[in-house]
Design a protein around this ligand. Structure first.
Ligand code: ARG
Length: 456
């Protein structure tokens, strides 16, 4: 089969080269956007009288047929035609004859592929934004149910201070909120029309780029043709914000894995979201979460891949840029499936309130509350810290909880301690007292939930 660019060549392309250079196996995914872009482009060519109206009609009909055929699975993509763009153009010419060859007027595959990728990412980022919102909703719903559920908060994975489960969950809401903002921001820079840059320099033909932008709903058009066909910073940005999102999903997954461990026993995962072991019949493993944690690695890898592809490229288009697509596609798939599975799992996770509360009672989690009690009585914090440390040491030596100490015992350490200390070192008081803005008190947590609900 004659290649669309065969004119200046004496020899046929080697099979091994065809196979090596072909991107069809992956860029076929862009077919819908390729047609959408071509439709807008050819309408513009007609409006500008660069090609006759009747040719435009024929090309539009041809493209429509191809769209239907691909949708119905009746279209045969040919690998030796290099990529999705060549396949569609070739099929068009086959269908409507040489007039189909007018579609590529004032266009190059360089601006075409940049357009397709931007159209694709626009849709995908829109989807991802919805998925993030859904996961956030699932988190807020769980938080709402647990504004009275007490658990230990950790630092260094050692019990630190009591917190509300709702507060802990909402920490992830906040991370996801920033992820959402980052995707929204990155969308702005994706949403720029590159078409009309042609190969690299623009075109001598009287095109109307603003008209194409209007048809394809781009609020902006690229300012510089060489930049438009050769940079992929919007891809780097997309994979980068995706990587940050994956960090958050991975941390969340790790958290749930730990809570699910029976040393913790804080939660029970739904059977439907766990898997068994092929050898150990008793096992119920959190594989879904482990996979999210694991897949995070591949998204980071994609970020490194695209950064590396870009770093040495002179202007303008270089074929290296074909390597942008697989990282993008896999990032999209990984991010979307991870968000989906977490969102569906969330309402089915059972939180073991008793185990959490019990764990918060053990291990002197309210020691800081004793120190702050002493501070309120006028003791400098450093001294209060030391005194409290001595109280804890005394408790450990005597195998006692702080709440089991008598007032007399307490007063051996400081005369500032009064009867009311019993009240101040309970887990409940400790949490209630964290009324500083952004703290874990129920008051603060409820206020944040209300604010979130108000914005929805
Ligand atoms: N398949 C190519 C890509 O993905 C399309 C652009 C090809 N352009 C070229 N001048 N060979 O980047």
């Amino acid at each position: 089969m004659e290649k669309l660019w065969a004119g200046r060549f004496k020899e046929k392309t080697e099979k091994v080269v065809e196979k090596f250079t072909s991107s069809l196996s992956f860029d076929v995914r862009l077919w819908k956007y390729d047609i959408e872009g071509s439709v807008a482009h050819v309408k513009m060519l007609g409006k500008q009288k660069i090609i006759p109206k009747k040719d435009v009609e024929l090309i539009l009909l041809g493209l429509e047929k191809i769209r239907e055929e691909i949708q119905a699975g009746r279209f045969t993509f040919l690998d030796n035609l290099e990529d999705v763009h060549m396949n569609i153009e070739h099929a068009l010419i086959n269908k409507i004859g040489s007039v189909g060859g007018k579609l590529h007027t004032a266009r190059s595959r360089n601006d075409q592929v940049a357009l397709d990728l931007r159209l694709f990412l626009r849709d995908e980022v829109t989807d991802i934004l919805k998925l993030i919102k859904n996961f956030q909703k699932a988190i807020v719903s769980a938080a709402e149910k647990h504004v009275d559920t007490v658990m230990p908060g950790f630092t260094h994975l050692q019990k630190a201070q009591p917190v509300l489960l709702a507060h802990h969950l909402l920490a992830y809401f906040e991370m996801l909120d920033r992820d959402r903002e980052r995707f929204e921001d990155c969308f702005k820079r994706i949403n720029v029309l590159p078409l009309g840059s042609a190969a690299l320099a623009g075109t001598t033909l009287p095109i109307d780029r603003r008209y194409v932008a209007r048809l394809l709903k781009f609020p902006e058009i690229s300012e510089n043709s060489m930049d438009a066909v050769s940079d992929r910073d919007f891809v780097i940005e997309f994979v980068s914000v995706s990587s940050i999102l994956m960090v958050h999903l991975s941390r969340f997954s790790e958290e749930i894995i730990i809570w699910n461990n029976d040393q913790f026993g804080f939660i029970e995962l739904p059977d439907a979201f766990t898997t068994g072991s092929s050898i150990m019949p008793q096992k119920k493993n959190p594989d879904v979460l482990e996979l999210i944690r694991g897949k995070t690695g591949r998204v980071f890898g994609h970020l490194m891949a695209i950064l590396t592809v870009m770093k040495g490229l002179p202007l303008a288009y270089n074929r290296d840029l074909q390597e942008d697509k697989e990282p993008v596609f896999d990032t999209v798939d990984t991010v979307k499936s991870s968000l989906q599975v977490l969102t569906e799992m969330m309402p089915k996770v059972r939180f073991n309130k008793k185990a959490m509360a019990k764990s918060a009672e053990e291990g002197f989690l309210t020691a800081t509350d004793l120190a702050e009690y002493l501070v309120r009585k006028g003791m400098p914090f450093r001294e209060a810290h030391r005194v409290t440390g001595e109280v804890v040491k005394h408790c450990i030596d005597n195998k006692k909880a702080m709440s089991a100490l008598s007032l007399k015992e307490f007063r051996q350490f400081s005369k500032l301690i009064g009867k009311d200390i019993a009240y101040y070192i309970t887990v409940k008081t400790s949490i209630e007292g964290k009324k500083s803005f952004g703290g874990t008190s129920k008051k603060m947590v409820l206020a944040r939930i209300k604010q979130i609900r108000g914005k929805e």
